[in-house]
Structures are given as structure tokens and as C-alpha cells.
Design a protein around this ligand. Structure first.
Ligand code: NDP
Ligand code: 2IT
Length: 460
């Protein structure tokens, strides 16, 4: 294999030509283009330094999913009407282990959405250091407003096709937006019924009473907070007394809020797709969890129950809170492209120190640029939200050994993994001459682990 350095202009021309091909071969998939662009922007010096990656066409291969499955999901609603949704599973890369990544049920889901998420997952999973490849799936089904029975019938129909593509050693789905413990239960039940196998390791995010792992529910939000704490530490700061905004009010948001509060931070706002709450003295997490997790209610219900201590702003974007009050830390934990350039400028004006992506790709590229120019600590999703999938890998370990670990032990493992990811990103950014650039660090460290495995496995 050649070890000669590739001249920078040749390396960047090669990257651009591969990226042009990604655009041409995946027309209209703007979210996938955006995710790929961000990774390509980090790889110039890697390609220069490691010509063997270019020789083996690693980048071309990494952008092409190994397998993409699209299927019809018919089901009958409570009124007896037949409904049709579309199901997806994109098995992106299995160089490091079985495909691993969540399922998203949301009306906005298109093939390009699943491809962006699957692409991100490949590098995120590599960054955890664990033996998991990358994949993602989902459907344009909207669980909101559906009865439990409708959700169950949908999940059973979805699994009736998906079961033939997944398995403990093949592809291991989990939750994402719109897919939590209830949905994983119905999906697992149908898998078990069709296959006649109690194959616990085929899905993660299961209930703790039937093969699930402690801390998996909390892991993404907790992990994102630990990653942020590590970033703050590099500037001699911590969460104590910090004013924090957390967007969303789903799984990731709720447990980010919990961990920030445990570390002494004050979470003054969160949101859903209908509006934002601002609680000057800090959110009442007990009430919020009751409304969201037990009652499956809306934030407006939380604000109503909380009364005068809560200010509900229908239709408002959460980042607008920073126009009038100081915000030290922002954790976008809802969805992609929810924080744009103008929001980033608002946060910078407000004095924000750190931003970490609990969600996948919540900050637009322009917003990320504003944070970089303003020396705001910025943790990209691939690194900051990797605690969820890492704890899924711990669930797989426990399933394989028919063991179950204590909460304390599992949380300790999660903590070590997040500190390790932070270190890996920081060290890689240093090595490539851009200290503090966690975007570069995460992309390069994730990419090289996958690329080295692909080189070793030959052209497949
Ligand atoms: P949930 O379904 O539990 O919660 C999603 C939250 O985001 C809800 O508050 C929802 O509001 C809001 N939201 C979703 N879509 C939109 C939208 N289009 N516009 C405005 N608000 C929206 O999902 P999770 O908490 O699991 O996921 C949140 C993010 O974290 C996603 O980006 C996901 O990919 C990412 N992630 C999740 C992991 C996990 O383990 N669950 C792991 C790593 C990343 P509403 O109820 O009004 O729709
Ligand atoms: O985006 C993600 O990392 C997830 N939705 C979690 C994936 C998993 O397999 O636990």
C-alpha cells in the first residue's frame, strides 16, 4: 500500500467529485446530502494522510448503503378503515458489527431522512468503540392521536415484514422519535410470535422486566449532559448554577433535563412541536414526566397544571427565550434543523458557553459555523448523543450473557463511555491541528475506525 502523501488539491478534488456523485445518485435527499457534506468537510486531511482509503474507494463505498429495504405497511384503524404507510430499513454499514440504529415513526419520514440518520449512525457507532455497525429505519406512520390498539396493529404489521431482515447477528433496531417502550414491546411481541424464538438481542430499548437494560431509557439524555460537562470542564466550568435550555420534551430531552438538574443546572425551558414553556425558576421535572410519560399529554397541559410558575408560548421557538434572558447552555434534543443561524446568533448574544446536540443534526450548518466563529463549545450529535446507542450495545451484551446489571454499574459504564468519546474527539482534533473542534474530531475518529475495518475486510 502506498504511503505517499496525496497533494491537498488532489485530495479535495477527489472529495468533491465523490460528493458530486452522492448528489447525483441520491436526488432530492437533502438531509442525506447535508449529513454527507458535513463529514466530507472534515476529511480533506485524512484522505491526504491516508491514500490507502482513496485507493480502496472507502468513501465511495461508505456513502452507499449496503442494503435499503422499503415496504408497504397496511393496517386497520379503529373505525375499520384500511390505512397504508411506508416502512424503511436502511442497512448502511456492517464493517464493525451488526447494523444498529433506531426506528423513527413520524409523518415527515422519507427515504432521505432514514439515509441521513443511518449515515450519521455509522460514524456515531464507530466512535463508541463498540462492535456495532450502522443502520436506521422507520415509517411515515404518526403515533400521535392513535389509540394503543392502532399503534399495536401498526407495529405488528411493520414487524411482519421487518422480521425477515433483522436478527441478533444481522441488524438490531431500537427506538427513535415516536418509538419508545410501548412500540418496542409490540414489535418484539410480533417478532417472537412469527419466529417462535425469544431472541432478546434482536431489539434494544426493551422493558426492564423482559430483557431490557437499566439506564437505556435515560442513556441518551444523560450521555449528552455528561459530554457537555466534559466540554465545560476544558474551560474550568461546570453545570452548577448554569441556565439551560433543552428543546423537545421526549425521551432524550426529559433525561437531559434530569441529569442537568442533578448536576446543579437550572433548566428554564423546553418545547414540543406546538410551543415552548419558560419557567424562570426551573422546570418541575416530576410534573413534566407525569404529563409526557404517563398521560402522553402536551406541554400546554404541563403549563396549565403548573400554573403561575410556567409561561407557555404557543407556537414559539424555544431559542427565542435567549432574546430576553441569559442562557449558558443549549441542548437541542428534538429534531433535525431545529436551530438555525439566527437562533445561533441569539444564543451567542445571550452569552451561551456550550451547545451539544442531543438530537441528530439539530443545528444547521450555518448555525454550527456561528458557534465555531464565536468559540462556543459545540458537541456534534455523533459524539454527544452516542450514549443511547452505546447503552443499547450494553443491552445486547447483557442479553447475550443472560445477565442484568445494576443501575449504578450501567450508569458508570455510560459515564466512562461518554468521557472516552469526548477524549477521542478532543485528541483527534488536536492531532489534526484544530484543538476544540469536536465536529472534526468526531467525524475523523469515527470515519477512520470504520475505514480501517473496511480495508481489512476487502472489497465487499
Ligand atoms: P421522542 O419522540 O421521544 O421526542 C421527540 C421530541 O421532539 C418531542 O418533544 C417532539 O414534539 C419533538 N419533535 C419531534 N419532531 C419534531 C418536529 N418535526 N418539529 C418540532 N418538534 C419535534 O424522540 P426522542 O427524544 O427519542 O428523539 C429526539 C431526537 O434525539 C431525535 O433527533 C432522535 O433522532 C435523537 N436521538 C434519540 C435517541 C434515543 O435513544 N431515543 C438516541 C440518539 C439520538 P411533539 O411531541 O410535539 O412531536
Ligand atoms: O440515533 C440514535 O442513536 C438512536 N436512535 C439510538 C439507536 C440505538 O440503536 O439505540
Amino acid at each position: 500500500m502506498s504511503t505517499t502523501l496525496v497533494p491537498p488539491t488532489t485530495a479535495s478534488a477527489r472529495l468533491e467529485s465523490i460528493f458530486d456523485d452522492v448528489l447525483r445518485r441520491n436526488p432530492g435527499e437533502t438531509e442525506f446530502h447535508q449529513a454527507a457534506r458535513e463529514v466530507f468537510d472534515s476529511l480533506g486531511r485524512v484522505i491526504q494522510k491516508h491514500p490507502q482509503y482513496a485507493e480502496a474507494a472507502i468513501l465511495e463505498r461508505i456513502c452507499e448503503p449496503e442494503r435499503q429495504i422499503i415496504f408497504r405497511v397496511p393496517w386497520v384503524d379503529d373505525a375499520g378503515q384500511v390505512q397504508i404507510n411506508r416502512g424503511f430499513r436502511v442497512e448502511f454499514n456492517s464493517a464493525l458489527g451488526p447494523y444498529k440504529g433506531g426506528l423513527r415513526f413520524h409523518p415527515s419520514v422519507l427515504l432521505g431522512t432514514v439515509k441521513f440518520l443511518g449515515f450519521e449512525q455509522v460514524f456515531k457507532n464507530a466512535l463508541t468503540g463498540m462492535p456495532i455497525g450502522g443502520g436506521k429505519g422507520g415509517s411515515d406512520f404518526d403515533p400521535k392521536g392513535k389509540s394503543d390498539n392502532e399503534v399495536m396493529r401498526f407495529c405488528q404489521s411493520f414487524m411482519t415484514e421487518l422480521y425477515r431482515h433483522i436478527g441478533e447477528y444481522t441488524d438490531v433496531p431500537a427506538g427513535d422519535i415516536g418509538v419508545g417502550g410501548r412500540e418496542i414491546g409490540y414489535l418484539f411481541g410480533q417478532y417472537k410470535r412469527i419466529t417462535n424464538r425469544y431472541e432478546s438481542g434482536v431489539l434494544t430499548g426493551k422493558g426492564v422486566g423482559w430483557g431490557g437494560a437499566l439506564v437505556r431509557t435515560e442513556a441518551t439524555g444523560y450521555g449528552a449532559t455528561v459530554f457537555t460537562e466534559e466540554m465545560l470542564r476544558t474551560r474550568g466550568e461546570d453545570f452548577d448554577g448554569k441556565r439551560v435550555l433543552v428543546s423537545g420534551s421526549g425521551n432524550v430531552a426529559l433525561y437531559a433535563i434530569e441529569k442537568v438538574q442533578q448536576l446543579g443546572g437550572i433548566v428554564v425551558g423546553c418545547s414540543d412541536s406546538s410551543g415552548t414553556v419558560y419557567d424562570e425558576k426551573g422546570l418541575d421535572l416530576g410534573l413534566l414526566r407525569q404529563v409526557k410519560e404517563v398521560d402522553r399529554g402536551r406541554l400546554s397541559d404541563y403549563a396549565e397544571a403548573r400554573g403561575a410558575d410556567s409561561d407557555y408560548r404557543a407556537g414559539a421557538r424555544i431559542w427565542s427565550i435567549a432574546e430576553s434572558v441569559r442562557v449558558d447552555v443549549a441542548l437541542p434534543c428534538a429534531t433535525q434543523n431545529e436551530l438555525d443561524e439566527a437562533d445561533a446568533r441569539t444564543l451567542v448574544r445571550s452569552g451561551v458557553l456550550a451547545v451539544a446536540e442531543g438530537a441528530n443534526m439539530p443545528c444547521t450548518p450555518e448555525a454550527v459555523r456561528v458557534f465555531a466563529e464565536s468559540s462556543v463549545l459545540f458537541g456534534p450529535g455523533k459524539a454527544a448523543n452516542a450514549g443511547g446507542v452505546a447503552t443499547s450495545a450494553l443491552e445486547m451484551q447483557q442479553n447475550a450473557s443472560r445477565d442484568s446489571w445494576s443501575f449504578e454499574h450501567s450508569e458508570q459504564r455510560l459515564h466512562e463511555i461518554m468521557v472516552g468519546i469526548h477524549e477521542r474527539c478532543a485528541a483527534t482534533a488536536d492531532e489534526y491541528g484544530e484543538p476544540g473542534n469536536y465536529v472534526l474530531g468526531a467525524n475523523v475518529a469515527g470515519f477512520t475506525r470504520v475505514a480501517d475495518a473496511m480495508l481489512a475486510l476487502g472489497v465487499i
